[in-house]
Design a protein around this ligand. Sequence first.
Ligand SMILES: NC(=O)C1=CN([C@@H]2O[C@H](COP(=O)(O)OP(=O)(O)OC[C@H]3O[C@@H](n4cnc5c(N)ncnc54)[C@H](O)[C@@H]3O)[C@@H](O)[C@H]2O)[C@@H](O)CC1
Ligand SMILES: [K+]
Length: 522
Amino acid sequence: MERLLTAAEMRETEKAAMESGETSGRHLMERAGEGAVAAILSEWPDLADGPHRAAVLCGPGNNGGDGFVVARLLADRGWTVEVYLYGDPDRVAGDARANLEAWTARHPLQPMEQAAGATPPNLLIDAMFGIGVSRPIPDLCMQAWHALAASDAPSGPPGRTVALDCPSGFDVDRGGYFLPEPEGNDPAAWRLLPDLCVTFHAAKQGLFLEEAARRAPRVVAIGLAEDAAATAAATRVLSGDAAEQRAWYRRVTGGEEHLHKYDRGHALVLGGGPGKGGAARMAARAALRAGAGLVTVAVPRDALPENAAQLNAIMLSAMDTPDDLDRLLEDGRLSVVCLGPGLGVSARTRELVGSALDSGRRVVLDADALTSFREAPDTLFEMLNGDCVLTPHEGEFARLFPDLAERGRSLSKVDAARQAAARCGAVVLLKGAATVIADPEGTVGVHAALYDRRVPQLATAGAGDVLAGFITGLCAAPGRDTRAVTELAAWLHAESARTFGPGLIAEDLPDELPKVLAGLGA
Ligand SMILES: NC(=O)C1=CN([C@@H]2O[C@H](COP(=O)(O)OP(=O)(O)OC[C@H]3O[C@@H](n4cnc5c(N)ncnc54)[C@H](O)[C@@H]3O)[C@@H](O)[C@H]2O)[C@@H](O)CC1
Ligand SMILES: [K+]
C-alpha cells in the first residue's frame, strides 16, 4: 500500500518537517532535484553515458526551484542546458531564488518567450508549476512545452519529456488538467503529456485517478519522514511487488486452510427471470472461483430450466417472492447475498434487497439493486451497514448520490466515494479505470488500472457482474474485513483481465482467476 497525498496533505507534511527543524526547504529542493536526475537516468540509461542537451522550463514558484537544481546538476555532468523562466526573475523568492542565483552565477537565463524558437533538446523538463496550481497554466508556458516536446532532438538520443512533481496544470487532487473556460477550440493543448512524471516524497492522489504521463509515475524520496500530518490520506491498492502481493493476499483472506466447504462460506446470488440470467450466472461463477465453498443461484420458478441447463457446480433454487427469499435465508449457513446483476429495476427488487438486509447477512449490491432505489436512496441507506458493499459505476453512483456526482468537478473521486460511504453507512466501490473503495469510517483505497496496469479489455459487457461475484466470493468466509476484501476483489478483477490479455470477454475472468490466485500463493 502506498500513501496518496493531496496537495494540502503534502504541504502539511512539508510544513511539519520544516517547523520541527528536521529539514529545510532548501534541503528538500536539492533532494528533489537530485532524485529527479537519478530517476531520469535510471529510466533512460543511454542518457547517462554522455553529455546531451536539455531544456528546463521553470515557473515562478518552488517547482521552478526544483528545475534550477536539475539544470545545475545536469550542467555539472557536462550537459548543455538551457533554462527558460516564466515571469520576472526578480520576483522569484525563497528557496527557488537561492537556486536561481546559483544557476545565474554561472549560466545564462532566458525568458520563456524564447523557448518556442529553440531547437528541441534530448531532454525537456517541465518545472513550470507543481502542486501550487489551481487554474490553467499561461498560454505562453503551454506553447513553449509543445514547441519543444513536439519533435525529436536533431542529434543524440530522441527527445524525452519529464514533469517534475506533476505536469504543469495537472490537478493533483482530482486528476486531469485545469482547462480554460470557456474551453476554446483546443482544450487538448493544455493537457501536457510527458513521457515521465517524477513526483516527490509521495505519489499525489490525482496521478492515480487519471493518467498524467506515458509511463507510471516515479516517486523519489526527498528526506521527509512518514506523513504524520496526513492520517486520512487515501492509499493505493496493492502497489507492491510479488512478495508484497502474496503477503497482502494472506493478510486479507486470513490465509487459513479451510477443511470444510462450509468454512469457506455459502454465497447466494439472486438472478433474473427467463432470458435474464446470464449476469447472475457470471457473478455466481466468479463467487465460486473467488473462494466461496458453495454458491446457489436463486431465480424465479419459470427461469429454472434455462439455469439448470447451464449450471453444474453452482446450485439452483426457486425464488419468486421476497417470502421465498426469507425462507432460503432461514439456512444459517448462507453467509452472503449478492443482488443486482440482471435482477430488474422494480419494487420487487427493492423488497428483495430489504429481505436480504433484514437477514443480517453480508450483502453485495450492484446494478439493478442500486438503480431500483433511484427515487428514494435514503430508504436504502437506512437499511445498510458496514458489512454491505455497493458497487456503482459512475451512472449508478449519480442515481444514488446525485449531489456528490454533480460536484464531480470540485470534488475528487476519492472524496465523492468517501462522502458516499459515510452517508450510506456501507462500503462503496466506485468503478472506473481508477476504482475507489471507501468505508464509512473514511478509509479509502484507490485501485488504478492506469499506466503499466492499464486494462482497456475490461470495458466489456458483464465485467461488472463478475466483479460483484468476486467480492461476494471473498466475503463468503467469515471474519474478513469487508473493505479489504473489496479492494482485493478490484485488484484480482483487473489482474485477471491483464493476464488474460486481448480478446477478453467477461466469462473469461472467473476462469482466469485461478492462475492469478496461484501467483499469490493461494
Ligand atoms: N521547499 C518547498 O516547499 C519544496 C517544494 N517543492 C516543489 O514546489 C512545488 C510547489 O511549489 P509552490 O507552492 O511554490 O507552487 P508552484 O511552483 O507549483 O506554483 C506556484 C507559483 O505559480 C504561480 N501560479 C500558479 N498558477 C499560475 C498560473 N496559472 N499562471 C501564473 N502563475 C501561476 C503562483 O502564484 C506561485 O508563484 C512542488 O510541486 C514541488 O515541485 C519541492 O522542491 C520540495 C520542497
Ligand atoms: K511540473
